[in-house]
Design a protein around this ligand. Sequence first.
Ligand code: FAD
Ligand code: NAD
Length: 463
Amino acid sequence: MTQHFDLAIIGSGSGNSLVTPDFDDKRVAVIEGGTFGGTCLNVGCIPTKVFVYAADMARDVREAGRYGVDATLDGVRWADVRDRVFGRIDPISEGGRRWRADGPNTTALLGHARFTGDRTLTVDLADGGQQTLTADQVVVAAGAHPVVPEVVTESGVPFHTSDTIMRIDALPERLAILGGGFIAAEMAHVFASFGVHVTVVARSSTLLRHLDTDIAQRFTDLAREQWDVRTGATVARVEPGSGGAGVRLHLDSSAVVDADLLLVATGRRPSTADLGVEAGGLRLLDDGRIEVDEHGRTSAPGVWALGDVSAPYQLKHVANAEARTIAHNLVHPDDLRRLPLEHVPSGVFSHPQIATVGLTEAECIDQGRAHVTKVQAYGDTAYGWAMEDTTSVCKLVADPTTGLLLGAHLMGPQATTLIQPLVQGMAFGTPVRDLARGQYWIHPALAEVVENALLGLELDAPA
Ligand SMILES: Cc1cc2nc3c(=O)[nH]c(=O)nc-3n(C[C@H](O)[C@H](O)[C@H](O)COP(=O)(O)OP(=O)(O)OC[C@H]3O[C@@H](n4cnc5c(N)ncnc54)[C@H](O)[C@@H]3O)c2cc1C
Ligand SMILES: NC(=O)c1ccc[n+]([C@@H]2O[C@H](COP(=O)([O-])OP(=O)(O)OC[C@H]3O[C@@H](n4cnc5c(N)ncnc54)[C@H](O)[C@@H]3O)[C@@H](O)[C@H]2O)c1
């Protein structure tokens, strides 16, 4: 029997937060084909950062001798770290599922949904049944999933993605990571800090090539000191390791990489393949995302999309912000808000940590924009001395005429926290002069790196 809902949501990640009090008197279906709570909670931001924190701790112990504090790392109890992570997350996921299943106005449908007509969905339920439903409004919040190159899938050799690597039973001796982006950088840090020999195989000439060129190059140089980094490398063939255990990657350079485990981190594709987008009247962009307008409306009337399935950034804070906007738009058709896609920052929780917002120097050059830059070393501030830092930087890009920041790119301890006043300055249009001089910066906090970078920008009207 077809059920009718006021709102049907595909995906329980950021989609789950659409059920605001505005829907208290409405019927809402939340449909989830995987683990309730989505990527960030179960296999993404949250578990990775718990591992990263433990990895940072292990590194700090190893490096304590630099500061005259002798310490040795006695060991890493992988199973304890893993169980601490999932012992916390799994109950949250299950609680979220129950909350929706038992909610007064919500129904949780566990299964894969696809459009079979205008605002009509058929759900292949996990328990074997099938449910068809219609809804006045549908939100597609189906996220993205890992892409695995054919050279790996066709080899038949077992591999991990970020969906599985965090639940392994024991640390391997050697881990090969294919890809040079966010996940590769974070996982290489985690496993190497825990004592695993990590090899990163990346196609591009630097890791994290989406970053400012200076930062990407500096990061890659530091990565080479920690991990076996093969840049400009393509995997030509994958086969089992000797004796059938592990994996052997043959690179196009004819070099080989032997490892006990393979982690594939070669990007994530919007989950639209089995979504029945044609039947639902949804148009896709060339890169596979669902096309949405500035308010989050798809090409199908009454159907909205948010997060990784449609957004230009695969970031949780973007998915959340879009969910807040669409939660408003669903109930205020005459007062639509725009998706907030300006000044989007991101962080890479690797070693070193990286944070970035706005334009890179190269983008300014490409766009022919007048700009000035300042690279401020952490090591030239008092707290940087305390840290014996020789590699960390805050690089700013600004418009010399307007005196506004165009971009900020930090690499080093606490980069993801230090960048926040700069994100705020850009979001509120605060001139560099006011950011630098219009407020106190605590002395001798690490934030003086940011203060000095602002003061060092050579603007037409100096700070
Ligand atoms: C390892 C890793 C680390 C990350 N770390 C960070 C970080 O530190 N900071 C950050 O900002 N971002 C991070 N991200 C990205 C972040 O997790 C995503 O941007 C965010 O979770 C996307 O949210 P979403 O709601 O769009 O999709 P998801 O949370 O992926 O939710 C989509 C849900 O829809 C379900 N679904 C899909 N298709 C269907 C269907 N047809 N029927 C029913 N259900 C369906 C899926 O099972 C899934 O549960 C990380 C990602 C990964 C993989
Ligand atoms: N801290 C964070 O915010 C965080 C952490 C993890 C993931 N994420 C999000 O998840 C997304 C996915 O992460 P990711 O690291 O998988 O993707 P990514 O886009 O960051 O990096 C993908 C890497 O794989 C390489 N690659 C692509 N196809 C390849 C192929 N066929 N063979 C070899 N290399 C190939 C690319 O050159 C790139 O280096 C990120 O883009 C990011 O938006 C965010």
